[in-house]
Every structure is written in C-alpha cells, then in structure tokens.
Design a protein around this ligand. Structure first.
Ligand code: ACO
Length: 398
C-alpha cells in the first residue's frame, strides 16, 4: 500500500507514476503519436507518406537533422554513411570472444558498448562535429554489426558492405550473401526490409529510447548509451514480441482453432494474451501494422508463398478479434509486431535476428534523441521513489 504521506517528500511534493506512464520525461521535436487516432508522425510527416515515398537514408536524415535532405544533402549523407560502414579488423576480433550460440542481441550489446573503448577521438562529445561523427558511425556500422553477429553464429566469414548498394540492400547482402560470391539483392525484398527499417526507426519515449536518453543525461559516451538501448530493446516485452507472435501463430496451427485461442485471451483466469495485439499508446489500429500487413502479402506472393498458413491464420485472427466485443471495448488492435515476424521469416531471417533488425532501425531514433538531448541540454535525470522499506532501526550487537 502507498503511504500518501510519503508523497510529501523532503523537497516538496512528489508525484508517484510507476514507469512514467502518465509523465512526460522530456520535450522532443522528433516523433509524435496520436494513440487514439492511430497516427504516427516523424518530424510532422505521416508515416504512411514517408513509407510510400522515401528511402531509409532520407528518413534517417529527417529524424537526425529535422528535415528531409535535398538531393545534394542526401548524396553527402550517404557518402558519410559509406565512409563509416566498415568494421575495423580489430572490432571484428571482438566477435571471437563470444560463444557461437550467443544471442545476437547479447553480442550487439557487447560490441557496440566496446566501440566506446575503440573510438576515443572525442572524450566529452561537446562539439557538434564530434556528435555528428559518432551518430553517423553508429548508423553506418549497425547493419554490419548485426549481420556479423548472425554470420559469426553460423560460422560463415563476414561479408563487408558494398558501397554500390543502398543501406537496406547492403544489410540484406551482409546477412545472406556468401563471401566472394556475387549476390543478387532481390528488389522486392530490399523494398520490404527498407519499409521495416523506416517503420521501426523511432517511436518517441519507448523503453529503449528513454534508456538512451537517461544514459545520455549523465554525459555518458554515445556508444555506451546506444548499447544501453540495445540491452533494453532485447526484452520480450519490447523488441521481442514479433517472435512471440510467430510462436503463437504456429501454436494455433490453423484458422479453425482461432475461436478457442480468442476465448483463452479473454479468460481472466488464463494468463494467455493475444500476442501482437494491444499497445500502451495506440488505442486504435497501429498504422505500422497496416503497412507491414500489405507488404507481407506482396512479399509472400512474390516468393510464391501466398498460401502461407501463418498468414492465413494471422488474417483470420485479426478479423475475428476486430469483431469481438472484448477487443472492441478494450481498444485492442494489431500492433507493429503482428505481421513483422511473418514477413521477416519469409525473407529468410531466423527468429533470433528479429530484434537485431529492430535494433538496426531504432539506432537512427536513438542517435536522433541523443543529438537532440546534446543540443538542448537537460541536466542529469534523477527520478525519485516511494520508499517502502523499514523505518530507521539499529544494530543490536550483543
Ligand atoms: N490480449 C488479451 N487481452 C489484452 C491484451 C491482449 N493482447 N492486451 C491487453 N489486454 C487486456 C488486459 O488484460 C486488460 O484487461 P482488464 O482491463 O480486464 O484488466 C486490458 O486489456 C488493458 O491491458 P493493459 O496491459 O493494462 O494495457 P496496456 O496498454 O498497458 O498494455 C500491452 C499494452 C502490454 C502491449 C498489452 O496490450 C499486451 O500485453 N499485448 C500483447 C503483447 C504485445 O503484443 N506486445 C508488443 C507491443 S508493441 C511493441 O512493444 C513494439
């Protein structure tokens, strides 16, 4: 029970808001969500328009610097990314310290954190140029870091980035291309991974972004800050939900078992929840879910997998849930994770890499928030607590 008197702390009134569910922790001009309307804006632009018309590099520039790039700025941005996308040989040797069966996110937390010991050219990151360089390095290297954590796990030599390819295609090539073999990047798959990267690039004060901002508020090294974001994203309640959706769809097996699963999801004595449904902020259809659903259909058709039982089950589950009183009353709609696992699996990503793909995308959001925080300053974050332990007591040493 909360002792209301404890709300009156030594320094005046405290508010008690576990997990900051109703508290804005900062001001930010990057991403806006209207959860009731199901609207997501990056720097004011609707996500649907960006997804339809922009490359990931353009969206990254928008999030990091506030505006879509001119043609000249885009060329400069891409050149900058290409100049920094290789992993130094010594960085590659970090990988050999990990067990091959380590989770890719565990490897990524370690490797990105270790970059703070590797790039020591700026210690305080107070200069614009140093901040910019760190942000570019992180965005540029993250696909190679993620892909190497996968190729290392299966014992395949890593494939270096190819600067003739765009960001999304390069990621696919590093993931799936065999060393020294020419690799044809399927444009339909490249477009699909680009969509996934755009849709996951930022989402205001989610757990991992808030973690990055809190780490940054102490003035910590940017590579260490982003490593803390990767660690937070790894949790199944955050970045791991699409894998849980896939497991659920496999457990359901076929559309005729859906009524039973929906009944379980509504049963308050059963801890089971419909994975990929509901969202802390969206009380309407997550706009990202609709975009991923359409692309999943296209990719499955392109790959000759239009009869995918997983997709048939997902579509039917969505239809049934959206007509069900329980889901309507509680405003539970598909979220971004509902279809993304089906799409990633169809493209060949093993489920252990799903969260790593999310981390590649979200790095743009994390560095955008880091840059914003550096620019506006903020002071160190220091939440308070309600103490629930014993009152003062004394040692009884006899
Ligand atoms: N299936 C069945 N019932 C649900 C579901 C669900 N997926 N989600 C919420 N509910 C019910 C709860 O049981 C609760 O019912 P009650 O009012 O009778 O107690 C009510 O809806 C509100 O639930 P909360 O957990 O309080 O809602 P909140 O907005 O805090 O939770 C959350 C959001 C955690 C995402 C939740 O909807 C959930 O667990 N979904 C399934 C997991 C999932 O898909 N996670 C991915 C989220 S997206 C992302 O992180 C990128």
């Amino acid at each position: 029970a909360i002792d209301v008197r404890a709300l009156l702390g030594q320094n005046g009134l405290l508010t008690y808001d576990p997990g900051f569910r109703s508290t804005a922790s900062c001001q930010s001009a990057i991403t806006y969500i209207d959860g009731d309307a199901g609207q997501l804006l990056y720097r004011g632009y609707p996500i649907e328009e960006l997804a339809a018309s922009c490359s990931f590099s353009e969206v990254a520039h928008l999030l990091m610097y506030g505006e879509l790039p001119t043609a000249e700025e885009l060329t400069g941005f891409q050149r900058n990314i290409n100049d920094h996308n290789l992993l130094h040989d010594q960085v590659l040797s970090f990988y050999h310290g990990f067990r091959r069966d380590a989770h890719p996110m565990a490897v990524m937390v370690g490797v990105v954190g270790a970059l703070s010991a590797f790039y020591q050219d700026a210690q305080d990151y107070n200069r614009d140029a140093d901040q910019h360089k760190a942000a570019i390095r992180l965005v540029a290297k993250m696909p190679a870091i993620a892909a190497a954590s996968f190729t290392y796990s299966i014992g395949r030599p890593i494939r270096h980035p190819d600067n003739r390819l765009d960001y999304a295609s390069n990621f696919l090539q590093m993931m799936f291309g065999k060393p020294n073999e020419p690799y044809h990047v399927d444009p339909v798959l490249a477009k699909a991974i680009e969509l996934i990267l755009i849709l996951h690039a930022d989402h205001e004060q989610n757990a991992s972004t808030s973690t990055v901002r809190m780490a940054a508020s102490s003035g910590a090294n940017p590579f260490a800050c982003i490593a803390s974001g990767i660690a937070t994203l790894w949790g199944p309640a955050h970045g791991g939900a699409n894998e849980a959706v896939l497991n659920m769809l496999e457990m359901i097996g076929s559309p005729d078992r859906i009524p039973d699963i929906v009944r379980r999801a509504k049963d308050k004595n059963d801890p089971f929840r419909l994975m990929g449904f509901g969202h802390r902020v969206y009380k309407n259809y997550d706009p990202r879910a609709a975009l991923i659903r359409d692309t999943t259909r296209q990719v499955l058709a392109h790959l000759g997998m239009e009869n995918s039982p997983l997709m048939a089950t997902a579509l039917e589950l969505e239809r049934v849930a959206l007509e069900d009183e329980y889901f309507i009353a509680k405003k539970l709609y598909p979220n971004v994770d509902f279809y993304s696992g089906i799409l990633l699996r169809a493209m060949g990503f093993p489920s252990r890499m799903f969260t790593a793909v999310f981390a590649v995308a979200r790095t743009v959001g994390w560095v955008s928030h880091w840059l914003e925080l550096k620019r506006i300053g903020h002071g160190i974050d220091r939440p308070r607590q309600l103490y629930t332990g014993p009152t003062v007591r004394h040692l009884d040493k006899r």
